[in-house]
Design a protein around this ligand. Structure first.
Ligand code: LLP
Length: 419
């Protein structure tokens, strides 16, 4: 889906140099068929599981619509994500409202919409119960447990550690379920955890799944019918070309454990997963143009996208493959560091990469930018956000317009005394 044709990078059948000329740069470009093949890989690997796309990874409406149309549900982490998920066509009964700090307003919106909740604290449980009574509705809930498991990933995206802010310590969670049974209008039906993101070792998932079953067995003894066990998201992708487990590998690791441990229960729960990165990550490139090449203490390539548009390298030291999109057939000759236009020395997109000779005007493609790319962008340094394009075969569609200077100031208000 990303290939070189006569030395020019193509997304499906569309040349990125043509897109850059027509639409300008920077540009996020997504391959529809790559997205669809990722969705199929999950459906094939987990034909019976509840698959909830983690909206936080990429909330472009067109992209989410493709995902919703394939029958996926959604994991949302805020009222705004819920709003966007509903607009994209996700069905409320297939939406789980996650989040460790939901406001009463957000809870009310979720209850009115008819979604299920993953409850992160006892305070939240009381709020949901009270608001559900006010709204005259019954709400299906799961508790998010803190499973105290090391997912062996970057510390900033490890969420299942004992010290993490997420979830209720698994040792205490039975008390939370007991309380839920006593409170009106909340019905405990599930157990949820999410141990972290960009996880490439499968054993922590198995450990977490076992934790969920240990709790499920106890919940049945309390008379609760467990309808779903939600293992969260987190499956990593192959950013560095070193290999990463596929959904099929993931299924091979966890499904035998799931089937075996279901035998300990009277009624069989559904397995739910919340993949984000492994659905959208490798579907998208960020295309950026070279403004200057500078030979300093290093060879710097200064491009027109920086951590304002892709914060992952600056924030997590993340590695993204890069290529000179208009020189795909030329041999790598020199080592370059690709830097953005932001006034901070941390604005480095890729360090010490061997590339063909880079010149002003060349295009650099940054791969695997579909997850936590545009969604984490900002207008820092007065830079309007860039456009997004969806490619389908030889057709392409602008799915988000480039922002204008007006978007930098549109919501600002100048008090009268300054006019
Ligand atoms: N479910 C929950 C409750 C989550 O918090 C997350 C991600 C997911 C599912 C999806 O995880 P995934 O399958 O995408 O790994 N900005 C970071 C990643 C933050 C992940 C936050 N939670 C990054 O760029 O690496």
């Amino acid at each position: 889906m990303f290939k070189s044709v006569n030395g020019i990078l193509h997304v499906e059948d569309v040349s990125v140099t043509e897109l850059a000329e027509k639409l300008g740069t920077p540009l996020y470009i997504t391959s529809k068929s790559k997205l669809e093949s990722n969705l199929k890989a999950y459906k094939d690997a987990f034909p019976e599981a509840g698959l909830l796309y983690a909206v936080k990874a990429n909330n472009n409406l067109s992209i989410m619509r493709i995902i919703a149309k394939k029958g996926f549900g959604a994991d949302v982490f805020s009222a705004g994500e819920l709003y966007m998920a509903m607009l994209s066509g996700f069905k409320p009964e297939k939406i789980l409202f996650n989040g460790n700090s939901k406001s009463d307003e957000e809870i009310r919106m979720g209850i009115r919409t008819g979604v299920k909740f993953s409850v992160d604290s006892i305070d939240e449980l009381y709020s949901i119960s009270e608001i559900a009574v006010e709204e005259g509705k019954e709400v299906d809930i799961a508790f998010r447990i803190n499973p105290a498991i090391d997912p062996k990933t970057h510390p900033k995206i490890a969420t299942g550690l004992r010290t993490s802010k997420f979830g209720i310590p698994w040792e205490n969670v039975l008390d939370a379920y007991r309380l839920a049974l006593e409170l009106p209008n909340v019905i405990p039906v599930g157990i949820h955890c999410h141990i972290g993101s960009q996880i490439t070792e499968l054993s922590p998932f198995v450990e977490a799944l076992n934790r969920l079953f240990d709790i499920a067995v106890k919940l049945e003894e309390m008379g609760i019918e467990v309808k779903f066990l939600d293992l969260g998201g987190g499956l990593g992708i192959d950013y560095e070309g070193k290999g990463a487990p596929t959904p099929k590998d993931f299924a091979k690791a966890i499904m035998p454990v799931f089937e075996k441990r279901c035998r300990e229960l009277k009624s069989k729960p559904e397995l739910w997963l919340e993949p984000g990165r492994s659905i959208v990550g490798d579907t998208t490139i960020l295309l950026t143009r070279v403004n200057a090449v500078k030979r300093s203490y290093k060879n710097f390539v200064a491009v027109d996208a920086g951590f304002n548009l892709l914060i992952r390298p600056a924030m997590y030291g993340a590695y993204h493959r890069v290529a000179v999109a208009n020189k795909m057939d030329m041999p790598a000759e020199e080592v370059y560091t690709i830097v953005g236009p932001i006034c901070e020395s941390g604005d480095v997109l890729a360090e010490d990469r061997k590339l063909p000779k880079v010149e002003k005007g060349d295009l650099i493609a940054i791969f695997d930018a579909g997850a936590y790319g545009f969604v984490m962008s900002s207008q820092y340094n007065g830079r309007p956000r860039c456009a997004e394009v969806l490619v389908d075969g030889s057709n392409w569609f602008v799915i988000r317009e480039r922002e204008s200077f007006y978007d930098l100031i549109g919501k600002q208000v100048i008090p009268d005394f300054l006019l």
